[in-house]
Write a new protein. Structure first.
Length: 218
């Protein structure tokens, strides 16, 4: 039971102290778990190192591009180039944030009410109207703060992009937290609701100006 608890906590980003004990088989499983945990942590560390290297190198080049463009004369062609460089930079940041995922971010207690108010501000900044923000139950929740914030902000920005009026509601029960961000836009057809969670899937390629990389829900 102790091993199961530790495995579940590790999956949720919480560190628990663990020393295998009990029957032989259980102890063996315990040691195998510790070994597996070490390998996963090593793989995550390597990924972080690589991402940091890539993002540093590409950002440096993009900055150099920007500086060079700023020194050139203002012509429509140069403006196009400038827009492309901005777009490239935005895409790079989106890919990096996705690849980084929530790797290594420890869970901690946050004030859900404050976060929901931030989401409201964000929706309104994007031109959406928030009809209500409701919170039932405990306002303190334990989550990976940055990853959770990113998740809610994506839902909020999607809602503001496709709908006009948005209702934000959260309900904290003993074992789970439910958050709904409900907009009055066209919605996602039921048969595509699995599909939209895949990376780079966007339903409206035709309406290019809608923006976005298709990574938010993934
Ligand atoms: N509230 C919504 N109403 C209608 N369609 C939606 C809504 N939210 C998401 N979608 C559809 O699902 C697709 C995937 O959403 P997702 O957030 O993953 O990507 P994105 O918003 O296009 O880009 P990104 O979030 O990376 O900037 C969207 O492109 C859109 O077609
Ligand atoms: Mg999105």
């Amino acid at each position: 039971l102790r091993l199961a608890d530790v495995a579940e906590s590790f999956g949720k980003g919480r560190e628990l102290d663990f020393r295998p004990r009990g029957a032989r088989e259980v102890r063996k499983a315990g040691h195998a778990f510790i070994e597996m945990k070490r390998r996963i942590e090593r793989a995550m560390e390597q990924r972080t190192t690589m991402l940091n290297g890539v993002s540093h190198d590409l950002r440096t080049i993009i900055t150099r591009f920007r500086l060079s463009l700023a020194l050139l004369e203002q012509t429509p062609e140069i403006d196009d180039l400038r827009r492309d460089v901005d777009e490239m930079s935005r895409m790079l940041e989106a890919y990096l944030a996705f690849a980084r995922g929530d790797s290594g971010e420890p869970a901690s207690a946050i004030d859900l009410r404050a976060l929901l108010e931030d989401v409201r501000t964000d929706v309104e900044r994007l031109g959406g109207h928030v009809s209500e923000v409701t919170l039932e139950g405990q306002a303190t929740v334990t989550v990976r703060p940055d990853a959770f914030r990113r998740c809610l902000f994506n839902l909020a920005s999607n809602a503001a992009r496709y709908g006009d009026t948005i209702a934000i509601a959260a309900r904290k029960e003993a074992r789970w937290l439910a958050v709904s961000i409900d907009d009055d836009g066209p919605g996602i057809p039921p048969e595509l609701r699995e599909e939209v969670f895949k990376p780079f899937v966007r339903l409206d390629d035709a309406r290019q100006d809608a923006g976005g990389s298709g990574l938010g829900l993934a």
